[in-house]
Ligand binder design. Structure first.
Ligand code: 4AD
Ligand code: MG
Length: 462
């Protein structure tokens, strides 16, 4: 049987029952007769205090182990669960026996570094260099627990709404976003193996469309890869994306789904991770709980790209120093523009729609104006784009024309075009950057701190 986790021990009624604690030593405090050891196991923030009383007579082995015990060592402690005389904790363990699984020497000896996580605050930059040990800190333990709950909530949300979880391939031959930022897959003889060039996927969307055109509603949730060399706090080379795709859905339904889904995510963490959020609120981003509650309750703003650019131009002509990049119709919104739209224009999340076709992917449905496409980006304060999506072009001829304009070979996408040849339907979907969602709900400023093992330009250790 697996041992009882500390989060459950801390809630048990103390009746001097026999108890075993398994975990790692956070601190050791020694007085004349009493030795206090705080043990944690990452199941929650708090550790449990285990108190050894020398005057009660400890066995020789335990005495010796206690003497050399240091922060970070892994232990099993036997004793009795009693109500704690100390304030700030309901229970503690009147400990009698100590077993050490693995030591964690504090001192550097020769080439072997002393245990780097001592009881003080370490910088996030330093912790990134020891990504294999950082989950033992409060911050990264909390991020890991929250990430796991959120992932489960993603599945719950879609499965309960008749979206089927679809596994799309990681190795693909097509470039969904057409941004040319793909990692090649190499084999000893790539020509021989697949008979064509292959890459790591940037999105499961095109494959998701095939299943939406068959079982109506699907979603993917998996790793995606982008070789863009952007060294920012919101880009990774490997990140997780959630991509729902629904048949018989236009842009309106897509926006509704995106908003409802995001709010469901916010409410899920508010309900399921109150301790983690309280921690982030106190140490990472003040006011984050209040903000999540407000955002979950309010309607998202909507604005077309054209109107958004007008707003930005107005602000820019009133204050020339406001933006580094001049806002102009036809150009991509820069992060400073996204920031302005969320924080100043909308005062919260905003969905920007109907972008110029030139700055969006080939598959987006053309509007009647012939200039803009039925695209939507959900922007949020602090981060900018968190979701990108669109209604898809379901008209074969318009799609072929668009591909020709963009120099995309139709034969490379013959199967995708077939979806428009046989039983084509209006359909829509979007992609949520899972790490950006985590950043948004917990306030962590750098995306590398919300994924266990970040992959970015120049960074593939661990
Ligand atoms: O806007 P993007 O590129 O959209 C697509 O890939 C569509 N095929 C999605 C769809 O319609 N099914 O990416 C979607 C989201 C972005 O809004 C952003 O949150 C995240 O993925 N994202 C990244 N996250 C981390 N690192 C990167 N390099 C990212 N690139 C995109
Ligand atoms: Mg995008």
């Amino acid at each position: 049987m697996l041992p009882k986790l500390i989060k459950y021990l801390l809630k048990e009624a103390p009746q001097s029952q026999d108890t075993e604690v398994h975990g790692w030593v956070r601190t050791k405090r020694d007085t004349k007769n009493l030795i206090f050891i705080e043990v944690y196991d990452g199941s929650c923030f708090d550790g449990i205090q285990c108190t050894f009383d020398r005057s009660a007579g400890l066995n020789g082995k335990t005495e010796a182990l206690l003497d050399s015990l240091t922060t970070g060592a892994s232990v099993k402690i036997k004793g009795k669960l009693i109500s704690s005389p100390a304030c700030g904790q309901a229970v503690e363990v009147a400990a009698s026996e100590l077993f050490v699984f693995g030591e964690a020497p504090a001192e550097t000896i020769g080439d072997i570094q002393g245990y780097p996580l001592q009881k003080k605050r370490h910088s996030l930059e330093f912790l990134r260099e020891i990504a294999h040990l950082r989950p033992r800190t409060n911050t990264f333990g909390a991020v890991a627990r929250l990430r796991s709950r959120l992932a489960f909530a993603v599945h719950r949300y879609f499965i309960e709404r008749d979206f089927h979880y679809l596994h799309t391939p990681i190795i693909t031959s097509g470039d969904c976003e057409g941004a040319g930022a793909m990692f090649s897959v190499s084999t000893p003889d790539p020509k021989e193996f697949f008979g064509k060039k292959t890459f790591l996927t940037v999105s499961g969307q095109l494959e998701a469309e095939t299943y939406a055109a068959a079982i109506s509603r699907v979603y993917t949730f998996g790793p995606t890869f982008r070789a863009e060399n952007s060294n920012t706090a919101r880009h990774l080379a490997e990140f997780w994306m959630v991509e729902p795709e629904a048949a018989f859905a236009g842009l309106e339904e897509n926006m509704e789904l995106a908003e409802d889904f995001l709010k469901y995510m916010f409410n899920s963490v508010l309900e399921e991770c109150p301790d983690e959020l309280a921690f982030f609120d106190e140490y990472v981003e003040k006011g984050i709980i209040e903000n999540l509650k407000n955002v979950a309750a309010a309607k998202f703003s909507h604005i077309t790209y054209t109107d958004a650019v007008k707003e930005l131009e107005k602000a820019h002509s009133a204050n020339k120093g406001l933006f580094e990049f001049e806002p102009r119709w036809g150009c991509d919104l820069q992060s400073e523009h996204e920031k302005f739209l969320t924080e100043k224009t909308a005062g919260g999340p905003v969905i920007v729609t109907d972008y110029p076709k030139e700055i969006k992917a080939f598959y987006m449905k053309l509007n009647d104006d012939g200039k803009t496409v039925r695209a939507m980006d959900v922007l949020v304060p602090r981060l900018g784009e968190i979701i990108g999506g669109s209604q898809r072009e379901d008209d074969l001829n318009k799609l072929m024309a668009r591909m020709a304009e963009m120099n995309i070979e139709p034969q490379d996408y013959w199967w995708y075009l077939d979806l428009r040849r046989y039983g084509s339907v209006p359909h829509s979907g979007f992609g949520l950057g899972f790490e950006r969602l985590i950043q948004y709900v917990c306030g962590m400023a750098n995306i590398r701190d919300v994924i266990p093992f970040p992959r970015a330009a120049g960074q593939a250790e661990f």
